[in-house]
Ligand binder design. Structure first.
Ligand code: GAR
Length: 205
């Protein structure tokens, strides 16, 4: 089986991008990162990718007349690098139906809560404000909704009585760094099958 080419989209710090790269480096994922795209020129993720010799592109929304033009520019780069799986790793934008249809069943996202609870921005803050006792993270395929696509994997993290946004984010992030590479590995090994809202993990292959 040939290496799957990943295209990572990220807006910020890039710790998930680094966790994915580390898993590739130690041979856990049979893939390579073709390029990293950010919508923020000063995003740390670009520096981390450059340090690893990964091609980077910054595509900012404000340089395009419409959302579709912006997304078309992203898609053009992904196609240029022959990307097969689009990995959203802290990409803080909702992708439209137009973009999602260009990569059917081939866009993944990570979200720091147990979806469908606490979608969108500030998931940790939402969980604490709600008084939830458990949160966690979710890896899912992307559809045109906000954090609504078919769920691939989830892992729970207990919320402690004295948790702050910082302490909860830190514990969930450690789980994210374990879970995202696992989900990507399953995709690259062709062990994921989407049946409606259900993602099945094929175990007898
Ligand atoms: C991660 O916690 C990820 O789950 C979250 O952004 C952070 C990015 O961190 N994503 C979302 O909230 C998406 N709605 P990173 O840049 O260090 O990987």
């Amino acid at each position: 089986m040939s290496e799957t080419v990943l295209g990572i989209l990220a807006s910020g710090r890039g710790s998930n991008m680094q966790a994915i790269c580390n898993s590739i480096d130690v041979g856990e994922i049979h893939a390579k990162v073709g390029l990293v795209i950010s919508d923020k020129a000063n995003a740390k993720v670009l520096e981390h990718a450059e340090a690893k010799g990964i091609p980077t592109v910054c595509i900012e929304r404000r340089n395009f007349a419409s959302k579709q033009d912006f997304e078309a520019a992203i898609a053009q780069q992904l196609t240029l690098y022959n990307v097969k799986l689009v990995v959203l790793a802290g990409f803080m934008r909702i992708l439209s139906k137009y973009f999602v249809n260009l990569f059917p069943g081939s866009i993944m996202n990570i979200h720091p809560s147990l979806l469908p609870a606490f979608p969108g921005l500030n998931a940790h803050e939402q969980a604490l404000a709600y008084g939830a006792k458990v949160s966690g993270c979710t890896i899912h395929f992307v559809d045109e909704g906000m954090d609504t696509g078919p769920i691939i994997m989830q892992q729970a993290v207990t919320i402690l009585a004295d948790d702050t946004v910082e302490s909860l984010s830190e514990r969930i992030l450690a789980v994210e760094h374990e879970l995202y590479p696992k989900a990507i590995r399953l995709y690259c090994d062709q062990l994921l099958c989407i049946e409606g809202r259900n993602v099945k993990i094929i175990s007898n292959k």
